[in-house]
Design a protein. Sequence first.
Length: 375
Amino acid sequence: MNRTSSAVLGFVPEPLAQLPWRIILLVLAIGCFGLVVLYSAASGHIRPWALSQGIRLVAFLAAATILSRVRERVWTAVSFPAYGVLLALLVAVELLGKIAGGGQRWLDLGLIRLQPSELMKPCIVLACARFYQMLPPNETRKFSAIWPACVLIGLPAGLVILQPDLGTALMIAFGGVTVMFLAGVPLRLFIGGALGLAVAAPLAINYVLHDYQRNRIMIFLDPESDPLGTGYHISQSKIAIGSGGIFGKGFLQGTQSHLDYLPEGHTDFVFATMAEEWGLAGGLLLILAFFIVIGWGVSVAIHARTRFARLTAAGLASTIFFYVAINLAMVMGLAPVVGIPLPLVSFGGSAQMTTMLCLGILMSIDRQNRQQADW
């Protein structure tokens, strides 16, 4: 922080004055709007969703501000050890994990249920960024720069697919591949990889995916084939979003969620619940708020002074982007339903924790950027 700002904010402790308050307040506004939507989804009650979500919002936001004080060298030092611990926990989930909702994704630790796959989303970014920081720049276009990163990404993604949790596995893969691309891995390799996936996709659909995952893809390709069965979620989501019009039906006036036509209206399909009551205007404002936060993360990456900080900031910003983009595409019928929540809005602590962890690390890098600029 410069001397002029320090003079203006002399009554504010320096650690607080250094925080990016515009982004913090915007994140808080998104979270509070999510509480309003959850309050409406519960027909005007703070339980069972809004109250607990609000408590977590305050706690995780406070934790993010504490993480902003961590120096870059700490993130560099813990990236590989944290990756190793989380990989071991993913193996433990496969062996000892708690089964709920048709998936084996949690470790029951008594006081809390830990979902290691959520923590792996930011951790894979840190690990890949650390790998490419250690690699000499002239080695980036060689095969030795590709296969270790593919192993780093493939191991956790494969373990998460076994849970089964295709959406989280895709998020882990997208985060790691984004760091690979930004590190300078040749574009032709990504094109070749995409063509390979296109060839392997039919085999994976028929022999690797579970029945419910295969049905979701088939319904995405033909939504009207089973409107009262597998396609029910998408059909009701489209009805809810379309019926909201430009300005929505009004707060607490939604019918799809209040009459229980819209399944998971407080989690994966919370955007449809919001759009029915707040309309296109509310949806666009929410999307704009998210993209301001993501744009800030990209700006942090642009101004970073080290390779690790640049790759980490860009990877974490892309992780938040994938959260938002995949969820919106899912609820609008533009992508298969893969169980990705809308960060800070959907009910649930896992995505909220992951998003705040990403923001905390971004604020840490941003603080170091500004300190170096002042020096």
